[in-house]
Design a protein around this ligand. Structure first.
Ligand SMILES: [Zn+2]
Length: 91
């Protein structure tokens, strides 16, 4: 299952999976891939280096205990700089 929605306090995210575990809602999210500006040299790149998953407790979704498993994307620039995608998460 994959669909797009807006969560409170989040930009548009892709929810790649949702599940319920012991009454809590677990959402697996990514943000859309797009070209990013390298913080070092200013070039644009959309080459992905790797992913890291971060678990975030999120209390605002559907008035219940929720956890976000945010799959952070890291980009790599032709200059060699690796950097996390800029995401504005407001909890
Ligand atoms: Zn660069």
């Amino acid at each position: 299952m994959q669909f797009n929605m807006t969560l409170p306090g989040l930009e548009e995210v892709n929810i790649t999976k949702s599940e319920e575990v012991e009454g809590a809602l677990l959402l697996h999210i990514t943000v859309p891939k797009k070209a990013q500006r390298c913080p070092l040299c200013g070039e644009r790149t959309s080459r992905i280096h790797d992913y890291r998953t971060q678990k975030i407790q999120h209390l605002k979704v559907f008035e219940r205990t929720s956890y976000l498993f945010y799959r952070k994307r890291r980009y790599v620039c032709p200059c060699g700089k690796r950097f996390l995608e800029p995401v504005f998460l407001h909890f």
